[in-house]
Design a protein around this ligand. Structure first.
Ligand code: EPZ
Length: 423
């Protein structure tokens, strides 16, 4: 259980290269299972979640090789259709193997993921969508067992534009018989990246990036090489961190078109933002102004940047109101921020943040990936040395965080937990 020691008070300054998107790479790795043959995926971030997905694929029988940020998956010898609890409990995204396994083998057995630190996170929409395509599900002994003797195309109208449900259904539909239409589909850039990867393998998909996706089933999959899109959440995290310290950073490789609303919120709170072909420059002189925002599925403000933005608004001039619409328990980290002197009250899915002039260091915990990133941002802006426990959460989503922060001038140091000596 590593802890990060952050000495606050330094302005971030310089350039940082943005890694490939975690939430895209994970799905591309899962989609490699769809057919035998080799896929090469470039720009994969070497973070714990991608290593866990590699383990899931290997457990199923795939051969996975990492060369720097390229991952080659050969899914020819996949024999098992079971994703065990040990792996699914480490990372919920393991359930994304459900669609590809069902499509390829007509069977899948995936441990039920359970809740996590941001909410109960049901998978009913995944199941209902695949049922519409002819799959049947039985839940027993903590496993979800799916079977289908030939999936067929269907019209699937999602109650909520769930990213995971859209992805699982899309991966199953590419090799189903006939046409599948997903209505009220998610529109996240990572989903567009998955569709591009599938199209590269020979799938026929239209309308991705809009609320209605049409997929024509096919069985002619070919090997593909694909480069993962830049991680908009990592880029947003560094942009917010720069603003929280009154600094200025260049986010190399970040895509402005994936961060429209985030960048306009940063501009509203006083930041200057320049988007170019090669990246985004963001800086803020002095104190942020208070702003209100609500999280919504893409193209709305991303829930995955809500905690980081709350950390920034903790020291804004004025009172901000934040509404979380995507996850039911994504304010749990607020108590940690308040321990650092923030003044935040929550009521249901609303939070009222009264900006204070400065945060003060305290021992705090990272409760999940993004809550942990928020604590790092708060610590960078606080007086004194903040100790952040449970950094393993943050390591699931951010590649080389300390090295990148150090290169921007931050004073951070990791302490590794020592095993107590036996007496
Ligand atoms: C993806 O999770 C991301 N994870 C999350 O990133 C991200 O926060 C989320 O999308 C929203 O953008 C990955 O891509 C691996 P959803 P996912 O299905 O697919 C409810 C991070 O920090 N729901 O769109 O699980 C659900 O409970 C992570 O990187 C149902 O009710 O998100 C939630 O309230 C965390 N039934 C809402 O929909 C279902 O069957 C959104 O979930 C599915 C979802």
């Amino acid at each position: 259980m590593d802890r990060l020691l952050v000495t606050g008070g330094t302005r971030l300054s310089g350039s940082v290269r943005i890694a490939g998107a975690k939430n895209s790479a994970l799905k591309l790795l899962a989609a490699s299972l769809l057919a035998s043959g080799r896929s090469a995926i470039h720009n994969v971030p070497r973070i714990q979640d991608c290593l866990t997905m590699s383990e899931v694929l290997e457990h199923l029988g795939a051969e996975v090789r990492w060369y720097d940020d390229t991952v080659e998956v050969d899914a020819t010898d996949v024999r098992s259709v079971e994703a065990p609890y040990e792996l699914v409990s480490r990372m919920r995204a393991s359930i994304l193997v459900l669609g590809p396994l069902l499509a390829r083998f007509g069977r899948a057995r995936v441990a039920m993921p359970g809740g996590c630190n941001i909410g109960s996170r049901k998978i009913d929409l995944h199941i209902r969508g695949l049922e519409r395509m002819g799959a049947t599900f039985v839940s027993a002994h903590g496993f979800l067992e799916a079977a289908a003797s030939g999936l067929r195309g269907a019209v699937i109208s999602l109650d909520f534009p769930s990213v995971g449900a859209t992805e699982n259904v899309m991966m199953a539909a590419v090799s189903a018989r006939g046409t599948t239409v997903i209505e009220n589909a998610a529109r996240e850039p990572e989903l567009v990246d998955l569709a591009d990867f599938l199209i590269g393998r020979g799938a026929r998909i239209d309308g991705v990036g809009t609320p209605t996706i049409e997929i024509e089933g096919t069985d002619g999959f070919t090997p593909v090489e694909h480069t993962v899109i830049p991680d908009r959440i990592e880029a947003g995290t560094f942009a917010i961190a720069a603003c929280a310290t009154g600094g200025r950073v260049v986010l190399e490789g970040a895509r402005g078109d994936h961060l429209d609303l985030v960048l306009s919120k940063l501009a509203e709170l006083g930041a200057d933002v320049i988007v170019t072909e090669g990246g985004i420059a963001v800086g803020l002189d002095g104190r942020a102004r208070a702003v209100d925002f609500v999280t919504l599925p893409y193209p709305g403000f991303p829930t995955d940047l809500q905690p980081q933005m709350m950390a920034l608004l903790s020291t804004a001039d004025g009172t901000s109101i934040v509404t979380e619409n995507v996850f039911e328990s994504r304010f749990m980290f607020v108590d940690e921020l308040n321990r650092m002197g923030a003044d935040i009250r929550t009521e249901g899915h609303h939070a009222v943040i009264r900006g204070v002039p400065r945060l003060s260091s305290a021992p705090v915990r990272a409760l999940d990936i993004r809550a942990g990133a928020a604590m790092v941002i708060a610590a960078l802006a606080a007086d004194g040395v903040t100790e952040i426990e449970d950094m393993y959460h943050v390591d699931r989503g951010y590649q080389d965080l300390e090295a990148k922060l150090t290169a921007l001038g931050a004073r951070v140091r990791r302490e590794r937990e020592r095993t107590p000596a036996l007496s």
